[in-house]
Design a protein around this ligand. Sequence first.
Ligand SMILES: Nc1ncnc2c1ncn2[C@@H]1O[C@H](COP(=O)(O)OP(=O)(O)O)[C@@H](O)[C@H]1O
Ligand SMILES: O=C(OP(=O)(O)O)[C@H](O)COP(=O)(O)O
Length: 418
Amino acid sequence: MGILLIKINNLQIPTLDDVDFVGKKLLVRIDINSPVDPKTGELLDDSRIKAYIPTIKELLEKGNSIVLISHQGRPGDSDFISLNEHANLLNKYLGFNVEFVEDVMGPYAREKIKNMNKGEIILLDNVRFVSEELIEAPPSQHAKSYLVRRLYPLFEGYVNDAFAASHRSQASLVGFPMLLKSSVGRVMEREVSALAKVFNPEDFPKVFVLGGGKVLDSLRIIENLVKRRLADRILTGGLIAELFALAKGLDLGRENMQILEKKGLISLVPRARRILLSGGPIEIPVDFKVEKEGGKIVEEPSNKVSGIIKDIGSTTMEIYSSFIKDAKLIVMRGPMGVIEDERFRDGSKKILENALESQGYLIIGGGHMISMLGGTAEVNSSKVHVSTGGGALLLFLAGETLPALEALDISSKEAIKK
Ligand SMILES: Nc1ncnc2c1ncn2[C@@H]1O[C@H](COP(=O)(O)OP(=O)(O)O)[C@@H](O)[C@H]1O
Ligand SMILES: O=C(OP(=O)(O)O)[C@H](O)COP(=O)(O)O
């Protein structure tokens, strides 16, 4: 092994400078999971796709042939789609042909991989089409999965560049490093080194703005932040705000309750209440923008909600903006509302504008909020870190060990046996 290992939380993780990936056939786990328009099925943002171009180019320039593997969405959701469109975008940004293989581990995919020539590149289809991928299990168990056993013998090395998925202990993230020589790619390397530099737990006040739809992840994140006293204020939006509103005893009306129930979120109310009782600095919206029967859009105070909640209201925007203005460090993940609908983008837009104008350092993550940046070219990189991660970013900042990084650490220590 080489010498440029990244050291975090006592883990030692090899980078591409530590491994001899030259002229090899490599499996490269990326995370190009992107927001999707539920009406048209089109990708709403391609920043995660663009982020991988340097890693891919570097590996190809070193004479490797590479097979890209990624997930997209979750079964049952409207963004659970094939990676066909992603392949077209990779083609466009790389400037040469990425072959899209509409299969993950079947005979067709394996044959294609076996017959690859040096310098060729394949994108496999959505790895979550294989049900084993969705199981959260330790690396040793995933190393025995069909997915890993079918694919690993075809490769000479594994690169994990999927920072945004590194909080998942899933087969394509933790299984392969148990059997193949492994390293992180440039995206993962950039994220962990940049975040270690810009996130100073001593900075004060630290404001976290957490919205979006992944409520279970957000609860886990908030529990960590509160336990380690890392946040001075946690401003909630999206579905997580609704959960904390219920935990504070607010009545959100029959329709919102039905929506939350359908998503299985009501059972999380006691957990949210425990966070509040332990003194968690949680702020909830004082008003919401709601859609009433017949499609009328109005703002309603949080204690008198009757329509379906779709965004934060304008008084909340003002209050949240004042907290953001005074912050030394702002961490933002997940939109304030249903941003796929133009009528409910204002809350996220206003909060983001204020964060970009503030004197504080801004760390922003999660595909949906990043899509609101409209291309990161204009962002001042000395004041803003645009992360490819959302949940992974927050858990990393909150001090959790991420399973995919842990697997690479185990892999590097076991390398001698490979
Ligand atoms: N009040 C709300 N009700 C339902 N869905 C919401 C609400 N607010 C935000 N969302 C949804 O949350 C989703 C984004 O959440 P998430 O995937 O957690 O964010 P990110 O991709 O940025 O990490 C969007 O599809 C958005 O429509
Ligand atoms: O988009 C992702 O996470 P994020 O919404 O927290 O940024 C990752 O691709 C992980 O996806 P998952 O949360 O369905 O495991």
